[in-house]
Design a protein around this ligand. Structure first.
Ligand code: NAP
Length: 328
């Protein structure tokens, strides 16, 4: 009989509201045809199962094409009386083609319509990068976009607002120039990109950090096995054996022990249960350091096709890849 975690640990955000300590990712990835779309309500059913096993936080985005099914699952569980709307935390993100201030509230209204919800809990600016509908670059400053997110919070469409894929300087600028302080920053965090500096900075400003792609090099990405630890890595296996856990759980716990909210994606029931069963053990500081030492500052989300944009947040590469969002 598996235990259901009903009392999910939470962090308090700088606006006084709470955010659950682990989120389920709902980005299904790309294949040769483009963005993978859920078929036959597969993702809705995963979210229904996730709520049953104790997940209380879901991460989606306008560009993932999964907002509708996340919303449907939440509505079904609320309708059944299994949960109240306020028991679940829904995060979604504004897409880059809607960066003008007056587009932001409209985009969130469209999202709410799709989800069938009256409000979301957290609205993130997905990237600091503004694009036109044809994916050419705009000059829209992300501070203008931030004003739009502030409007959305003020209108009650979202409880909190935050950033995703911003670097330290960009985060600082929003803190300095914004009327509302970002409650959260969502960034890539896994053993291959430990993000010490940015996370310390965010925490020093009382900004909660969500870490995406937590399994890093442990899984194949875009059909490629990147260098770095796998699920059978001896360092991770040793730690896992000590606690009677899997190496996936050890890596998720490594994020939790660094006060980062892991966003782990799975569509498999057994893994939903495995990935949330991480709140009954704690890593030693030395074990955290052992995992930190895998760091090679490698990003798997590296949209180098945007690197000529004036607000591109990451280091530039010599050979940028082709833009998968532009269809020929
Ligand atoms: N803000 C951003 O720009 C951004 C970028 C990327 C991702 N994200 C968010 O972060 C979420 C997670 O990132 P991600 O999808 O890149 O990667 P991830 O969660 O690190 O990895 C997901 C992969 O790991 C497998 N997996 C999950 N649990 C496992 C386990 N216990 N053992 C073995 N394999 C396991 C999944 O397969 P199965 O599904 O088959 O189990 C899937 O292939 C996304 O879904 C999205 O919500 C945000």
């Amino acid at each position: 009989m598996s235990t259901v975690l009903t009392d999910m640990p939470k962090y308090k955000m700088n606006n006084g509201l709470e955010i659950p300590a682990i989120a389920l990712g709902t980005f299904l990835g790309f294949d040769e045809r483009g963005l993978i779309k859920s078929e036959n309500k597969m993702l809705r059913d995963v979210v229904l199962q996730a709520i049953d096993v104790g997940y209380r936080h879901f991460d989606t985005a306008a560009v993932y094409n999964t907002e509708d099914e996340v919303g449907e699952a939440v509505r079904m569980k609320v309708g059944e009386g299994r949960i109240k709307r306020e028991d679940v935390f829904v995060t979604t993100k504004l897409w880059n083609t809607r960066h003008r201030r007056e587009q932001v509230v409209k985009s969130l209204e469209e999202t709410l319509q799709k989800m069938g919800l009256e409000y979301i809990d957290l609205y993130l600016m997905h990237w600091p990068i503004g694009l036109n509908d044809d994916y050419t670059h705009t000059d829209t400053d992300y501070m203008e976009t931030w004003r739009g997110l502030e409007d959305a919070q003020q209108a009650g469409l979202t409880k909190s607002i935050g950033l995703s894929n911003f670097n330290k300087q960009q985060l600082k600028r929003v803190i300095d120039e914004g009327r509302i302080k970002p409650a959260v920053i969502q960034i890539e965090v896994h053993p291959q990109i430990v993000q010490k500096e940015l996370i310390e900075y965010a925490h020093s400003l009382n900004v909660v950090v969500m870490g995406y792609s937590p399994f890093g090099s442990m899984i194949k990405r875009y059909g490629i096995q990147f260098p770095g630890p796998r699920f059978d890595d001896p360092v991770l296996v040793d730690i896992a054996e000590k606690y009677g856990k899997t190496t996936a759980q050890v890596v998720l716990r490594w994020l939790v022990d660094r006060d980062i909210i892991p966003i782990a994606k799975t569509v498999k029931y057994s893994r939903l249960k495995e990935n949330i069963d991480i709140f009954d053990f704690k890593l030693d500081p030395e074990e955290i350091e052992m995992i930190n030492s895998f760091n090679s500052n490698t990003r798997y989300t590296l949209p180098s096709f945007w690197q000529t944009h004036r607000h591109y947040p990451f280091e530039k590469v010599e050979n940028p890849i082709a833009d998968p969002f532009i269809k020929n």
